[in-house]
Design a protein around this ligand. Sequence first.
Ligand code: AMP
Ligand code: ZN
Length: 136
Amino acid sequence: MSECIFCRIIKGEIPCTKVYEDNNTFAFLDLNPVNKGHTLVVPKKHSETILDTDEKTLKDLMIATKKISKAIMNSLKIKGFNIGINQFEEGGQVVPHLHIHIMPRIKNDGIKLWPQRKYESKEEMEEIAKKIKSLL
Ligand code: AMP
Ligand code: ZN
């Protein structure tokens, strides 16, 4: 997967502003931050989404995300943040190498999260839950 941009960043072939690295995880500043300090946390081992990533890698990724989030909050005096993972093209994923966005939030920064809708009925809600549960 040498053509993958994030694999190339991890290998040092493309420059980045690195904030963290351990055996399995790498983190750098997003070039287009929602707020200053917006960081991407990526597994060193290439995978595209959480679905094709092994459990150990996911665990390490989340532990590193916690550590980095804490450092962002304390060093930048940030009081809140969002964590986001865009999954697949339909989910807004542009770079097909799994990455967690840590997005610092500032009061009244104007960032809107997803719109919220309503179910038609309690029955429809039950039906959706039934479908999901049938595969769990
Ligand atoms: P997405 O795949 O939509 O979750 O987001 C990809 C993110 O990667 C975007 O927020 C981009 O700004 C960021 N990005 C793409 N290329 C680079 C790069 N070379 N260095 C830092 N951030 C990048
Ligand atoms: Zn990759």
